[in-house]
Each structure stands twice: as structure tokens, then as C-alpha cells.
Design a protein around this ligand. Structure first.
Ligand code: DQA
Length: 139
């Protein structure tokens, strides 16, 4: 299975972000845990720029990726462009968050990606990503 794993802004800083929400693992450590959980053919990509994330999703539409696991970070709550790009992708789409986005500030309850994703895993820190991998494994 060819899987694009997309992480948005500030997720490159995991390890330095508030631990009560995001845990202690770096993004690299989380990527390694995903590989250990299931050795899919992953393409890992992180960017702090909305347009670069949109372009990467477009590439996944044009190439034959089977699934996208995406943590859009703060763009979850703002990005119509990421919503529209994900809408074009016909494979499996999984939204992931380390923190419990629905139980935090009101502005995090606004979500532009959920309705174009097949599944959401959130609130379990790095385990949310592993739940996404297990979901794909069972598909
Ligand atoms: C996040 C939640 C977002 O609200 C926040 O802006 C992030 C990370 C998460 O993984 O919990 O940067 O997507």
C-alpha cells in the first residue's frame, strides 16, 4: 500500500510543543513508529506552508497513492484549499491529531477536513497515528 503521510505547520517542532497536548515524541520518532507498526510504502512530508501541502495532495491525486494520512495542524481549522485538494483524492483519507481537538478551544472545533476524510483519530498523542495505520491495515 502506497501511503502519503502529511503533517502541517509546527509539527516539525514536536518534542518542544506543550506535552500535555502533543506528548514527547518528535515527528521523526512518530514516523519510525508507523514503519514499525506496518511497513507500508510511505511517503512522509511535513511543511509549514499551506500551498506545499496542497501541491503534495495534488501529486497524490495524479500518482497512484492508496491512502493519505494527514495531520493538517492549525490548517485543519482554516484551510478551504486543503479541503478542496483532499476532496479530489479518491483513495482512503484519514485525519489525525495528537490532541483532542474537539475538547479544546472553540476555534479548534472548526474543522475543514473532517467531512472529506473517511476516518478521524485524535486525542491519543502519537498513538493516533498508529490507530490510522491499523485502520489501513484492516482495510
Ligand atoms: C493538532 C491540533 C491543532 O489544533 C494544532 O493547531 C496543531 C496540532 C494536533 O495534532 O493535535 O498544530 O493538529
Amino acid at each position: 500500500m502506497k501511503v502519503l503521510v502529511l503533517n502541517g505547520p509546527n509539527l516539525n517542532m514536536l518534542g518542544k510543543r506543550p506535552k500535555e497536548h502533543y506528548g514527547t515524541k518528535t515527528l521523526e520518532e512518530i514516523n519510525d513508529l508507523m514503519v514499525k507498526e506496518e511497513p507500508f510504502d510511505y511517503d512522509f512530508f511535513q511543511s509549514n506552508c499551506e500551498g506545499r501541502i496542497v501541491t503534495k495532495i495534488q501529486e497524490a491525486v495524479l500518482k497512484d497513492y492508496d491512502a493519505i494520512i494527514i495531520n493538517p495542524g492549525a490548517y485543519t481549522h482554516t484551510s478551504v484549499a486543503i479541503h478542496d485538494a483532499l476532496e479530489m483524492f479518491s483513495g482512503i483519507k484519514i485525519e489525525v491529531h495528537l490532541s483532542a481537538v474537539d475538547d479544546r478551544e472553540d476555534f479548534r472545533k472548526i474543522n475543514f477536513v473532517r467531512d472529506v476524510c473517511d476516518m478521524t483519530f485524535s486525542g491519543k498523542k502519537e498513538e493516533s497515528y498508529l490507530e490510522a495505520v491499523r485502520y489501513l491495515k484492516n482495510k
